[in-house]
Design a protein around this ligand. Structure first.
Ligand SMILES: C[S@@+](CC[C@H](N)C(=O)[O-])C[C@H]1O[C@@H](n2cnc3c(N)ncnc32)[C@H](O)[C@@H]1O
Length: 272
């Protein structure tokens, strides 16, 4: 490991790791990882991405639902301390650093400490998960807009989804697996059709990627395969989901991306 140059001013890059595999990383992210002295990464970051940071010290500062995690202040302190010691610090965050990842707070903490910081966008799971399953979030004549909401509590989506006319946009939900029944009930209560197609996209961009298919009527009883019970998931709601089946009907050159599978009455029909 090369020690940071004496007297060199440290800096921090808030880097998006994309949704999973290293080939969905930006070239800039890969280059910064290769030159980093210290990498502070989220739990959802794929080990193959971390492997690109060959010479750096690496610490997981990540959070996963229900498990103890480092508090935000400690993450700020670690970034600032590393930079003050002259290190090139990469704060590596899943997807895009500024989409539901508290990246803004981290950037503000660095600015307050006078540490130079650059944000490197990543491919957010909000876009990558549907795209990898062949689902276009907009499609002429089907959906001319999409909204991305956090599903972790009704207070997080009530105002946006409550103001949407039924079927007026594709709805992409992050952090919504645990509240999928409440989410479905919310939309049904606002006039969305029970037959509205829904995709539940688990571990998108990784080798374990898995796509489940439901409707608003069955989303509440949909269950992930046991092996993916803790996997991150993105929910896509709207008629565009049905296009995913047509778009993937001829298969994929890579063969590794699962097709959207049928789910009946909450039982998963399998889709690897
Ligand atoms: C705290 S948010 C961070 C989102 C991240 N900044 C991004 O742009 O993708 C974490 C949520 O993103 C979604 N997510 C992250 N990785 C995912 C993946 N590989 N497949 C599907 N959804 C994912 C899940 O909804 C998860 O609960």
């Amino acid at each position: 490991v090369t020690p940071p140059a004496a007297g060199r001013k440290g800096r921090v890059w808030l880097v998006g790791a994309g949704p999973g595999s290293p080939d969905l990383l930006t070239l800039r992210a890969a280059r910064l990882l290769a030159r980093a002295d210290l990498v502070l990464y989220d739990a959802l970051v794929d080990p193959a991405v971390l492997a690109l940071a060959g010479r750096a010290q690496r610490f997981c500062v990540g959070k996963r639902g229900g498990r103890p995690s480092m508090d935000q202040e400690t993450i700020h302190r670690l970034m600032i301390r590393g930079a003050l010691r002259g290190k090139r610090v990469v704060r590596l965050k899943g997807g895009d650093p500024f989409v539901f990842g508290r990246g803004g707070e981290e950037a503000l903490a660095l600015a307050a400490a006078g540490i130079p910081c650059e944000v490197v966008p990543g491919v957010s799971s909000a876009l990558a998960a549907p795209a990898l399953a062949g689902i276009p979030v907009t499609h002429r004549g089907v959906a001319s807009s999409f909204v991305v909401v956090s599903g972790h509590a009704e207070s997080a989506y009530r105002s946006v989804l409550g103001s949407l006319g039924p079927h007026s946009a594709t709805v992409v939900v992050l952090m919504g697996l645990g509240s999928r029944a409440a989410l479905a009930a919310f939309l049904l209560g606002r006039g969305w059709s029970p037959s509205t197609p829904v995709a539940v996209l688990l571990a998108a961009g990784s080798e374990d990627a898995h796509a489940g298919r439901a409707t608003l009527a069955t989303l509440g009883t949909w269950a992930p395969p046991d092996a993916l019970a803790d996997a991150p998931g993105t929910i896509v709601i709207g008629e565009v989901v049905a296009l995913g089946e047509a778009i993937t009907a001829a298969g994929r050159p890579g063969g590794s991306v699962p097709l959207v599978a049928a789910v009946e009455g909450g039982r998963h029909a399998g889709s690897r």
